[in-house]
Design a protein around this ligand. Structure first.
Ligand code: PLP
Ligand code: COI
Length: 356
């Protein structure tokens, strides 16, 4: 499909944050965005790159009432030789369409998803920060815009992409975070939308997150919705536990997000000489294994979170220090290898990089 490029007036160009160490996460957006529309009678049409600006939407638009919305997250990096690299964007396209199917939304052709991002990133290349730990975060999103109050799939959608120069997701940067196992609320249940990237999952997690913050924890770790016994994932990352060089993570049972970083970390861990296992992790057993010192490291993985060490692990008000509370050796090596491949200082032997 042709992608039109609309003009950008000088007054629509924004001031940049001059100090890249102060970017934070997702607070400012590039000058342009991508937008395409789908309607029942026309399918996908009107793909265009246009100035970043607010939408004018009918207050009855379905997204506002019944949350028919999905999104993705991926990053672009500017390499030292000035090439621009995307990390596994095809995986985001596939997961986006998995989410779309669950929310009864139209699939976005992979070519449109990837071309739209390529063209937008290319036009906005000057927005890609280059300081260590920074990147251009890309947020593809689809919303239901038909104005009607009946509960039904929309007959009109916007697929759009916005982008934000970002630093670390957690304010402290690459530092160990504290995690509280949530034993009252649940994030997802079997048959629910846990493995779809849809806004409702995040809205439903806010209350537990706020309560955990008040108690001084950084993040909530969700247990399975049926027995509240098995480890699932953290708000914005999948979880891993290292028993020496044996790495364990929860299986993809349908109620957790199939993380692209998770899949990459499993592959890299093997490469680094570790063994990996996807299995149900009983929180009580895990606690015992932490107390006995068998669990030597814990970390999360995600596009925004990259690889984030977990230093403190709390369950029912009992808090344990993981390892020595600092950044574990395997966690550090995985972080270095993953970010090395993403930024072009380590060879990509997996075909994960797509150049723009
Ligand atoms: N789990 C949840 C709930 C997330 O929001 C994310 C972030 O995207 C992840 C896991 C990690 O997924 P990925 O590695 O694809 O970013
Ligand atoms: C990502 O890592 O891309 C995410 O979508 C997490 C987000 C909730 C910040």
């Amino acid at each position: 499909m042709d992608i039109a490029v609309l003009p950008l007036a000088p007054e629509q160009m924004k001031a940049r944050v001059a100090d890249e160490s102060k970017l934070g996460f997702g607070r400012q957006f590039t000058d342009r965005m991508f937008l395409a529309e789908w309607s029942v009678d026309r399918g996908w049409h009107s793909a265009r790159i246009k100035p970043y600006e607010p939408f004018v939407l009918d207050p009855a638009a379905l997204v506002f009432h019944y949350s028919q919305e999905i999104f993705e997250g991926l990053k672009a990096y500017k390499w030292q030789d000035n090439r621009i690299a995307l990390f596994r964007p095809e995986m985001n396209a596939r997961r986006f369409n998995h989410s779309a199917a669950r929310l009864c939304m139209p699939e976005v052709p992979e070519e449109l998803f990837l071309d739209g991002i390529d063209r937008l990133v290319s036009l906005e290349r000057d927005w890609i920060p280059t300081a260590p730990g920074t990147s251009l975060y890309i947020r593809p999103t689809m919303i239901a815009v038909e104005p009607v109050l009946g509960v039904k799939p929309s007959d009109h959608y916007y697929f759009y992409v916005i982008m934000s120069p970002v630093g670390a997701y957690y304010a402290a940067g690459f530092k160990p975070v504290s995690i509280m196992v949530e034993d009252r609320y649940v994030r997802a249940v079997p048959g629910g939308t846990g493995d779809a990237k849809t806004g409702g999952n995040y809205a439903a997690s806010l209350k537990a997150g706020l309560e955990a913050k008040k108690k001084g924890y950084d993040q909530v770790l969700w247990l399975d919705g049926r027995e509240r016994r098995y480890i699932e994932e953290v708000g914005a990352m999948n979880m891993f536990f290292a028993y020496g060089t044996h790495i364990v993570t929860a299986p993809l049972t349908g109620s957790i997000l199939s993380g692209i970083t998770r899949e990459s970390v499993l592959r890299l861990a093997l490469e680094l000489g570790c063994t990996v296992e996807e299995r149900m992790i009983d929180v009580e057993h895990l606690l015992q294994d932490m107390k006995s010192g068998a669990v030597t490291e814990a970390f999360g993985s995600g596009t925004a979170a990259v690889v984030t060490p977990v230093g403190r692990f709390c369950y029912k008000d009992e808090c344990l220090t993981v390892g020595n509370g600092g950044v574990g050796t395997i966690t550090q090596r995985l972080y270095d290898t993953l970010t090395g491949i993403q930024t072009g200082t380590i060879e990509d032997r997996f075909g994960w990089i797509r150049f723009v």
